[in-house]
Design a protein around this ligand. Structure first.
Ligand code: FAD
Length: 417
C-alpha cells in the first residue's frame, strides 16, 4: 500500500493542480496537509509578516479547500511549525513514502525542500504556478531575455498563449487509517480579508464568471489605472497568489471569451498583465538568490531605512496626501491598485530615500495578494535594482495626483476614514 503526503503550498485548489492530480494517481492513501510555517511570524522591522487581512484570506481559502476535499471523502489537516520539521514528523508517523507538492522557486521555499531532502525525504515537486509552461518557451529559462518587452516578443513570436488547464482528479485516495496526532485548526480570525473578496477556489470561480459575464475585459485597458472600486481591474490577484485559481484557467476562459465576443485591446491587455506575472516567476529561475540581495542585480549598496520616516510612510503620515491615502487604503483593506502601489513605492524609495526592502516587507505583511515573485520583482523594478532597462521608476507625485485624482475623490475617501 502506497501512502503519500500532499503538501498544499500556494496551490489551494483541486482543479488544474497537476501535482495534486499526480499524487492522487500514485497513492493508495493520501494525506492532504497544510503547514502554517513559523517563518510567517515577526519581521526585523517589528511587525507581523502575515497581517490580519492576509491571515483571514488564507483562513477562508483553507476552509473552502477543506470543504471540497471532504465532499470527495478526504480532508485537510493543518499543522503549525517549521514546514520541514512538521513534514518529517508526518512522514514518520504515517509511514508515508513521499511528499508531493508544487515547486516554489524562491529562497525560503527552496530551503524548506532542501532540508527535507537532506533528511532523506522523497519530495516530488511540480512547477505549476505560471500561465505558460516553461518547457514550451523558445529559450532556456537561464537564458531568458532580461527585458520584459523582449521576453514578450519571443513568447508572441512562438505563438504561446497559455498551457491548457487540467480537471479536478476523478478520485481522491482515502486518508491513511491512522491519522497523525497534532493536527490543529487555528481559530477563525475575526477580520474579513477584504470588504468585497472572500478567499477560496469557489469564490475565485464565481468572481471570474461574473467578471466575464459583465463583459469587463472589454473596458480593462481604459480603466486599469483607476484608483477606486471593484471593476476598474480584475481583482484576480489574491486568488492567484494562494493558487485558488490558476493563470492558465483564467487565460483559457479569456480565450473562450474572445472566441465568443471577439478579441480587443482589453482582453489582450489582461493577458499581457498575466504575462508580467509569469515574467517575474521565470526571472527567479535565472537570477535566484541574487534577486534577494540588498543591491539586487546591481552592485549599488543600500542605505538602511531611517526608522522614523519608515513609520511615517507605513502609517500614512508623510504629509503628502496621495501617498498617505494610499498607505491607509492598504492598511485598512489589504489591497491597493497597481498605480497606487507604484506611487507609494516610488515615494518611499526616491522621495524619502528609504530602503526598498523595508517597503517590500510592509507590502508582504499587508497585501491580501502577496506573492513572493511579484512583490520582489516589482519592488526591485521600481528601485532600479532588477531588470528595468530604464534603471528605476521614480514617479512625480504632483503629476500623478493631477492625472489620477484631480477632483480629490480618492484622497478624501481614505484620509477622512
Ligand atoms: P489586474 O490589473 O486586473 O491584472 C490582472 C492580473 O495580472 C493580476 O491579478 C496579476 O496576477 C497580474 N499582474 C498585473 N500587474 C502585474 C505586475 N505589475 N506584476 C505582476 N503581475 C501583475 N501583485 C501581486 O499579485 N502580488 C504582490 O505581492 C504584488 N506586489 C506588488 C508590489 C509593487 C511595488 C507593485 C508596483 C506591484 C505589485 N503587484 C503585486 C502587481 C500588481 O499591482 C497587482 O498584481 C495588481 O494590482 C492586482 O490587482 P488586479 O488583480 O486587479 O490586477
Amino acid at each position: 500500500m502506497r501512502t503519500l503526503i500532499y503538501w498544499f503550498r500556494n496551490d489551494l485548489r483541486l482543479a488544474d493542480n497537476p501535482a495534486f492530480t499526480q499524487a492522487c494517481l500514485n497513492a493508495d492513501h493520501l494525506l492532504p496537509v497544510y503547514v502554517h510555517d513559523s517563518k510567517e511570524q515577526e519581521t526585523v522591522y517589528g511587525f507581523e509578516r502575515q497581517g490580519p487581512h492576509r491571515q483571514a484570506f488564507l483562513r477562508e481559502s483553507l476552509d473552502d479547500l477543506r470543504s471540497q476535499l471532504r465532499a470527495q471523502g478526504s480532508d485537510l489537516l493543518e499543522f503549525s511549525g517549521k514546514s520541514a520539521q512538521v513534514l518529517l514528523r508526518l512522514l514518520k508517523d504515517t509511514s508515508a513514502q513521499a511528499i508531493y507538492c508544487e515547486q516554489i522557486e524562491a529562497p525560503e521555499e527552496i530551503e524548506q525542500v532542501r532540508i527535507l531532502q537532506q533528511q532523506g525525504a522523497d519530495v516530488k515537486e511540480y512547477w505549476q504556478s505560471s500561465m505558460l509552461d516553461p518547457q514550451s518557451l523558445p529559450f532556456e529559462l537561464e537564458k531568458m531575455p532580461d527585458v520584459f518587452t523582449a521576453f514578450r516578443q519571443e513568447v508572441e513570436k512562438a505563438q504561446l498563449k497559455f498551457a491548457q488547464p487540467i480537471n479536478v482528479p476523478k478520485k481522491i485516495p482515502s486518508l491513511p487509517a491512522a491519522l497523525p496526532p497534532g493536527s490543529t485548526l487555528p481559530s477563525r480570525t475575526q477580520a474579513v480579508s477584504h470588504p468585497y473578496l472572500l478567499g477560496g477556489a469557489s469564490h475565485a470561480r464565481a468572481h471570474l464568471k461574473q467578471y466575464l459575464e459583465r463583459r469587463l475585459p472589454d473596458s480593462y485597458k481604459e480603466t486599469r489605472n483607476q484608483l477606486i472600486g471593484m471593476d476598474y481591474s480584475s481583482k484576480f490577484s489574491a486568488w492567484l497568489a494562494l493558487g485558488c485559481i490558476t493563470a492558465r484557467d483564467i487565460a483559457a476562459q479569456l480565450n473562450e471569451y474572445e472566441n465568443c465576443h471577439g478579441a480587443n485591446d482589453g482582453t489582450y491587455w489582461l493577458w499581457f498583465e498575466l504575462l508580467w506575472r509569469d515574467y517575474f516567476r521565470f526571472i527567479h529561475f535565472k537570477y535566484g538568490q541574487k534577486l534577494y540581495r540588498a543591491s539586487g542585480l546591481t552592485g549599488v549598496p543600500v542605505k538602511p531605512s531611517y526608522a522614523p520616516s519608515f513609520e511615517q510612510w507605513r502609517t500614512g503620515n508623510t504629509g503628502t496626501e496621495l501617498v498617505d491615502a494610499g498607505m491607509r487604503e492598504l492598511h485598512q483593506s489589504g489591497y491597493l491598485s497597481n498605480r497606487m502601489r507604484q506611487i507609494v513605492a516610488s515615494y518611499w524609495i526616491y522621495d524619502m530615500k528609504g530602503d526598498w526592502r523595508a517597503g517590500a516587507a510592509w507590502f508582504e505583511s499587508q497585501l491580501i495578494d502577496y506573492d513572493v515573485y511579484s512583490n520582489q520583482g516589482n519592488w526591485l523594478y521600481i528601485a532600479g535594482r532588477g531588470t528595468d532597462p530604464r534603471g528605476g521608476r521614480p514617479f512625480n507625485v504632483a503629476k500623478q495626483t493631477q492625472d489620477h485624482d484631480p477632483k480629490e475623490i480618492y484622497r478624501k475617501l481614505w484620509l477622512s476614514s
